[in-house]
Design a protein around this ligand. Structure first.
Ligand code: MTE
Length: 317
């Protein structure tokens, strides 16, 4: 697959490869320390902003950390944007394991430590475009999803990857009580070639820290930057390789409004609002909110358009 540098990255931004590799070794050590330390907050903060910039990163202004960690969608903790930050703190993320099953030669239940052992964490500064019409620029810390999938050896019959979030009503208030906004578990899915694309990552941290705040999907969440944010499922506990398109939460709830693909596309409107523009969080609000044009595939077309060659993107929204 031909992968090109996004057009918004000037060559000067790209770290020489040798420097990058040396830094990665150092950072892998620091990240490992952070991941396995019994003093997580101290260790995780030992390496802020030190991760090397990946060539896929954008040089656009990064959203303030306070905004990215207080304006969230994580319905397991409530439907208001402030609910996840208010309610997700007590979620127990240690120990954590992820079951990987289905059409793979080596199904496994891996602890977070098992998952992280062979990977090198790196920083990816990506645009995040929510289907609701707002966007952010987030410096994730993570590793390619493909690295994990290769470890379990997908069979030739595997065509899709299905993901599930944790169900734990005792710690997730949105999963308790009379009004539950979604059927649980929250489910998402990708075609296998989308999942193997180098832009698709599993994030374990953000803003130079190797651990995610709980409201952002700790300890492990998907990030698929060319798709609307709801595809980027949080707090993953199960990954299944399957033959047919798996059911996904928002599509199951409102098929007319949310498709399986959900590629960011300014030309295909949501039935209830335009997708042509977006409000970048931090660029004014209310009457003063600026809107900027939404980019095809969220600006990652050069890297991903070939995945959809010949496909009707209006029909496959
Ligand atoms: N994952 C789970 N499990 N539950 C959710 O409600 N919301 C999605 C996605 N992942 C969601 C989820 C939506 S709609 C968006 S826009 C992004 O998470 C938001 O990620 P952020 O809060 O880190 O910005």
């Amino acid at each position: 697959m031909l992968i090109r540098r996004p057009p918004d990255i000037p060559p000067s931004e790209i770290t020489p490869h040798s420097v990058y590799l040396r830094r990665r070794e150092l950072l892998a050590g620091l990240a490992g320390l952070a991941a396995f330390s019994t003093l997580p907050s101290l260790a995780a903060r030992a390496a802020p902003t030190a991760f090397a910039k990946n060539p896929f990163s954008t040089d656009e202004t990064v959203t303030r950390r306070e905004d990215a960690t207080s304006y969230n969608n994580f319905y397991e903790f409530g439907t208001d944007k402030a609910d996840p930050a208010a309610n997700a703190g007590p979620l127990t993320t240690t120990p954590w394991s992820v079951s990987i099953d289905g059409l793979v030669a080596k199904p496994a239940t891996l602890t977070l430590e098992d998952i992280l052992k062979p990977v090198t964490l790196e920083e990816r500064i990506y645009r995040l475009r929510c289907v609701e019409g707002w966007s952010m620029v987030i410096p994730w810390v993570g590793f390619p999803l493909a690295d994990l999938l290769r470890r379990v050896e997908p069979l030739g019959s595997a065509k899709y990857v299905a993901f599930e979030t944790l169900v734990r009503p005792a710690e997730m208030p949105g999963q308790r009580g009379l009004f539950q906004p979604l059927p649980w578990p929250y489910r998402e899915g990708l075609r296998l070639d989308e999942a193997m694309h180098p832009l698709a990552i599993l994030a374990t941290g953000m803003y130079g820290e190797s651990r995610l705040p709980n409201q952002n999907g700790a300890p492990l969440r998907l990030v698929v930057p060319w798709k609307y944010g709801f595809k980027s499922i949080k707090s993953i506990v199960r990954i299944s390789l399957v033959e047919t398109q798996p059911p996904t939460t928002w599509k199951a709830l409102a098929d007319e409004e949310y498709g399986f693909y959900s590629n960011v596309n300014p030309e295909v409107d949501h039935p209830r609002w335009s997708q042509a523009t977006e409000r970048r969080i931090g660029e004014g609000s209310g009457l003063f909110a600026k809107r900027r044009p939404t980019l095809m595939f969220n600006g990652y077309g050069e890297q991903v358009a070939q995945l959809y060659a010949g496909m009707d993107l209006r029909a496959n929204y």
